[in-house]
Ligand binder design. Structure first.
Ligand code: SF4
Ligand code: SF4
Length: 166
C-alpha cells in the first residue's frame, strides 16, 4: 500500500504569525497563487471542526448556494459558485469557517504524485517542520489522528473528543 501524508494542524497554529499560517509552497506552475494545503485544511475543518449543524446557518446564509452537505453530513464548498463574500464565516457560531481559508480564490491540492516517498514534496519542505510528513500510521482517535481520504491523515483535536471520552 502506498504511503500516506500526515498533516498536523496544531503545528500550523503553533507557528502562525499574527494569525497567519505558513501553509508551505505548492507546485502549480501555471497557478502560482494556488496553495494546495489550504484545500486540505478546508476539508479538515469541515470534517473535524464543523459541528454539522442540522439547520446550518452557513448554508442558510450563503447567497449562491455554494455550501452543501454530503451523505455523511460533511460540508463542501463548490468552487464554481462561491464568490468569497464570507457571509458563512460570519454566520458560523462556532468559528469553524475561517477567512484564512474561505476566499474567492479557492486553492486545490491534487496530492502530487508521491510514488517516490524518499523525496519530500514541496509543501513538506516549505511548511513548518513536521507539519506535513509521510507516514505509515493508521487513523487512531486516541492520538487524534483521523482519516481525511485514502492518502491523507489529519492530526487535530476534534471538538467532540471530550464528549467521546466521557
Ligand atoms: S464565502 Fe462562499 S460559501 Fe461562504 S457564504 Fe459567501 S459565497 Fe457562500
Ligand atoms: S454553521 Fe459552522 S458548525 Fe454549523 S454546519 Fe456551518 S460550518 Fe459547521
Amino acid at each position: 500500500m502506498s504511503k500516506k501524508i500526515l498533516i498536523d494542524l496544531a503545528k500550523f497554529r503553533e507557528t502562525s504569525v499574527d494569525g497567519k499560517y505558513n501553509y508551505g509552497e505548492c507546485t502549480y506552475d501555471y497557478h502560482p497563487n494556488n496553495i494546495g494545503m489550504k484545500d486540505i485544511v478546508e476539508q479538515a475543518m469541515m470534517r473535524l471542526t464543523c459541528r454539522h449543524c442540522e439547520e446550518a446557518p452557513c448554508i442558510n446564509v450563503c447567497p449562491t448556494e455554494a455550501l452543501e452537505k454530503d451523505d455523511d453530513n460533511n460540508l463542501h464548498r463548490a468552487l464554481n459558485l462561491c464568490i468569497g463574500c464570507q457571509s458563512c464565516v460570519a454566520a458560523c457560531p462556532f468559528g469553524t469557517l475561517s477567512n484564512r481559508i474561505i476566499t474567492n480564490l479557492k486553492s486545490i491540492c491534487d496530492l502530487c504524485d508521491f510514488g517516490d516517498d524518499s523525496l519530500p514534496l514541496k509543501c513538506m519542505k516549505t511548511a513548518p517542520e513536521g507539519a506535513i510528513v509521510f507516514t505509515d500510521m493508521e487513523p487512531n482517535e486516541a492520538e487524534h489522528i483521523y482519516r481525511l481520504n485514502d492518502r491523507v491523515l489529519i492530526k487535530e483535536f476534534v471538538w467532540d473528543d471530550l464528549k467521546k471520552n466521557e
